[in-house]
Write a protein that binds this ligand. Structure first.
Ligand SMILES: [Zn+2]
Ligand SMILES: [Zn+2]
Ligand SMILES: [Zn+2]
Ligand SMILES: [Zn+2]
Length: 795
């Protein structure tokens, strides 16, 4: 997904293989500037035509016929009382309707009904207003007005509700009573009765969410590095490049970096099924349906883009800002960008956000400093002239003239592209792809928008697809060069923005969540952190903002590390080193050194090992045949055989979870218990899968309200998670959070309180006191401490 689709990669590979060897050599040695020039000649009309063909699969234009189909599906779900699914389908419908059409107003009105049922009254009112402003048919208005009154009533805005009811009454009187209005009249009188009741005994004004608020964090910003804490310093040397070092002692949980992404692009991701069965259109919800295209906030009632069916926003403000900053250029290229992958999309958006003036300034600068990229400022250009400002950071790439490092395009531009280390073939693919995008920009008449970002808003998207232009304008060549640099930089510097996404319908008492990759982004300050497989920090995200916190004490002078993905708890050293090869360095962290030098077997491989089917001792061997470690037993089995059993087991577990989803909890339990028995005969007791099964069992028992059983299984899962990830890890924190919910629901008060305490302690180190889970834990605690004493004593 980061890279272009397989077919396009294949085409580029074939083209590369067919090139004259001399030309291949020239390309391999070419600077980014020359690579783009050569790429322009090599991208032929055939390739462009093939690419256009591929784009049909990812169409992002509006299709009114899809809209009406989605709306019908939404209505069906609505009638079945599945309001959440209906809501999403109405949103999909709205994204395919033409803006300003009566049809789109009907989508918003229908969606408002689902929102009312789900209790989102404020958002419901917004959708009603949207429906009204998009020309909702007059004859249907009474229905919507009634809904509005009901909403206002629920919000305690009695006067407003009364006003609406008055308008309604006069409207109905005017139209004369028709049969279709009879039910509405009934509803109206019901509402009036309710209104009267509320007026007689007004409820106390709703308290603003209990008033439980975490303590504000202490945060003092670094004067030399934007978004970094004053407890950090910027270091630079040949071996480590730029890096961050603690300039004073740091305690666990302390925030070290708070940075908003310079640029981020939503990853389309997999789709979650909204409905069962296959249908004509995709009814799944992807990241694009669930999160704001610009700020990544979770969507409830999305605002669709005026031009495409892909981009959806949390608000009109976000839609307008995205349009202004980049989407007016990207909108008509939606399918192309989806086909060519997130990295290229990030590269394009980076250039659009930076503005052409800044892009061409830095590209021009890079031409005179190409030979000394390690320390460009020292050799060239007045980017860091100030003589003694910032003794420590002077001459560090990416710093401004005052020796200050900021989350800016300049800093981003200086992230290492490692142009010489990428394989020539990969560089060729990236070049060809970037050139293809720029040619499309030119062909679609978007060049002006790219070059002058301040040009008039709401340009009608001109679609003059003349395929006459054989070359790129010099300006677009500069854009292509910058984009190529960014695509290459992303391989080492792309930061995934992840969130914990709720699994399942989200109406259970215990919420199960899993981490999901939401977007790919550039964080120039976060990029200063080097990798370690046993990092001393933890990163969390809120929208497009990242926060890095110390996950353990860091003493003054120590380097601050962040894990790029391969964590020592999750992978063995060989796998880690393999993954880290894409970053062009060999990890020398304590975990790697220990495992490599002393030949210590990774804890991962011991814990996730197979055990002897006969005597349950650990199986050994690196080859295809595994032998029992118990010499007296001497059993041996083929690795393939055991791997096959493991696969079968995973398949069975999936089936059991499927049963749970369709409400067959008892059968799910039976199946999971059988899986557990089976697993016990060939997996080590500490195997992660053993823990996962315990976790699933806990979940099933929780849906049945059997809290004690649920807690028993979850505790076993926690033991295994602790063993793998450590007792203070995020993973353990999430498990404890679940246990707290189960104990809370089961009124195991004192145990619940101590579990809440532990979960809070761990999660606040990783996510800070404002985190939603922490707030929830505090609410549980408040609720438990308010219970009458006699209940407390009973437990
Ligand atoms: Zn937004
Ligand atoms: Zn659009
Ligand atoms: Zn390592
Ligand atoms: Zn044995």
């Amino acid at each position: 997904m980061a890279l272009p689709v397989a077919e396009w990669r294949g085409r580029a590979a074939r083209l590369w293989a067919a090139l004259d060897p001399a030309l291949r050599e020239r390309l391999a040695a070419a600077s980014l500037h020359d690579a783009v020039r050569l790429g322009c000649d090599l991208l032929r009309t055939e390739e462009e035509a093939a690419l256009a063909q591929l784009c049909h699969r990812a169409a992002t234009d509006k299709k009114p016929e899809a809209a009406s189909w989605y709306r019908e599906q939404g209505n069906r779900e609505f009638k079945r009382g599945r309001y959440q699914a209906a809501l999403r389908l109405y949103s999909k419908a709205a994204s395919h309707e033409l803006p300003g059409s009566p049809e789109v107003s009907v989508c918003f009105a229908n969606r408002s009904a689902a929102l009312l049922h789900l209790g989102h009254f404020e958002v419901c009112l917004e959708d009603i207003a949207r429906a009204e402003s998009h020309g909702y048919p007059d004859r249907l208005l009474p229905k919507v007005l009634l809904r509005k009154a009901e909403c206002l009533l629920c919000l305690g805005r009695l006067q407003d509700a009364q006003d609406i009811l008055r308008v309604l009454e006069s409207k109905i009187a005017l139209d004369g009573v028709m049969t279709t209005h009879l039910t509405r009249l009934k509803k109206l009188s019901q509402l009036k009765v309710k209104l009267g009741e509320k007026e007689r005994c007004p409820e106390p004004a709703q308290e603003a969410c209990g008033g439980i608020q975490g303590k504000p964090e202490i945060w003092e910003e670094n004067s030399r590095i934007s978004g970094a804490s004053s407890s950090l310093g910027l270091g630079f040397d040949a071996e480590r490049g730029r890096h961050l070092v603690a300039s004073q002692d740091i305690v666990p949980g302390q925030s070290l970096v708070k940075e908003e992404a310079f640029v981020s692009v939503l990853c389309p991701g997999e789709s979650l099924p909204l409905q069962d069965g296959d249908t004509a259109w995709d009814t799944g919800a992807t990241n694009a349906d669930l999160y704001c295209h610009r700020c990544l906030r979770q969507l409830l009632a999305s605002v669709p883009c005026q031009g495409c069916s892909y981009a959806k926003y949390c608000s009109q403000d976000c839609a307008d800002m995205a349009w202004q900053q980049y989407h007016r250029t990207e909108c008509s290229l939606g399918a192309l960008l989806l086909t060519l992958g997130v990295f290229c999309h990030v590269a394009l958006r980076t250039v659009l956000l930076a503005g052409f003036a800044e892009v061409s300034r830095l590209v021009a600068w890079s031409h005179c400093g190409d030979k000394s990229l390690q320390n460009p400022e020292a050799s060239c250009k007045p980017l860091s002239e100030a003589a003694d400002a910032g003794a420590g950071s002077r001459g560090v790439p990416g710093c401004d003239s005052n020796g200050r490092y900021q989350s800016s395009y300049q800093a981003l531009f200086h992230l290492l592209p490692h142009a010489e280390q990428h394989s020539p073939e990969h560089k060729f693919l990236c070049t060809l792809t970037v050139v293809a995008i720029c040619k499309q920009l030119q062909a679609a008449g978007l060049e002006a928008a790219v070059l002058s970002q301040e040009s008039p808003q709401q340009q009608p998207k001109p679609k003059t697809c003349e395929n006459t232009s054989d070359g790129l304008s010099p300006e677009l060549k500069t854009v292509a060069e910058a984009m190529l640099r960014h695509v290459l930089q992303l391989q080492c510097n792309a930061q995934a923005i992840t969130v914990m996404q709720e699994l399942g319908p989200g109406d259970g008492a215990v919420v199960d969540k899993k981490p999901v990759r939401l977007a790919t982004a550039f964080f120039p300050v976060l990029s200063l952190l080097n990798h370690s497989c046993c990092p001393n920090t933890s990163v969390s995200f809120s929208g497009i903002a990242a926060t890095v916190r110390a996950s353990q004490p860091i003493s003054s002078g120590q380097e601050v590390f962040h894990c790029y993905g391969p964590h020592w708890c999750r992978m063995r050293v060989a796998e880690r080193q393999q993954l880290l090869r894409q970053y062009f360095f060999e990890c020398r962290c304590p975990a790697c050194l220990e495992e490599l030098e002393s030949g210590v077997k990774s804890v991962v491989s011991i814990r996730n090992s197979f055990c002897c089917p006969k005597c349950q001792a650990q199986m050994q061997g690196e080859e295809d045949i595994l032998c029992c470690s118990n010499e007296a037993c001497a059993t041996s089995t083929s690795r393939d055989h055991l791997s096959g059993r493991l696969q079968d087991l995973q398949h069975q577990i999936k089936k059991a979870l499927g049963l749970l989803r369709v409400g067959k909890a008892d059968q799910a339990i039976k199946m999971l218990l059988k899986c557990q028995m089976d697993a016990g005969t060939f997996l080590s007791p500490e195997h992660l899968l053993m823990g996962e099964m315990e976790d699933h069992l806990a979940q099933v028992y929780a849906t049945l309200g059997k809290w004690q059983e649920a807690a028993r299984h979850l505790k076993k899962s926690i033991e295994i998670v602790e063993m793998h990830h450590g007792p203070l890890s995020v993973e353990t924190g999430h498990e404890l959070f679940k246990l707290a919910q189960i104990l809370f629901n089961g009124f195991a008060v004192s145990e619940a309180l101590s579990t809440i305490q532990r979960a809070e302690g761990i999660l606040s180190v990783h996510f800070g006191p404002q985190n939603a889970q922490i707030q929830e834990l505090q609410e549980m605690k408040a609720c438990l401490s308010e219970l009458p004493r006699n209940i407390l004593q009973r437990t």
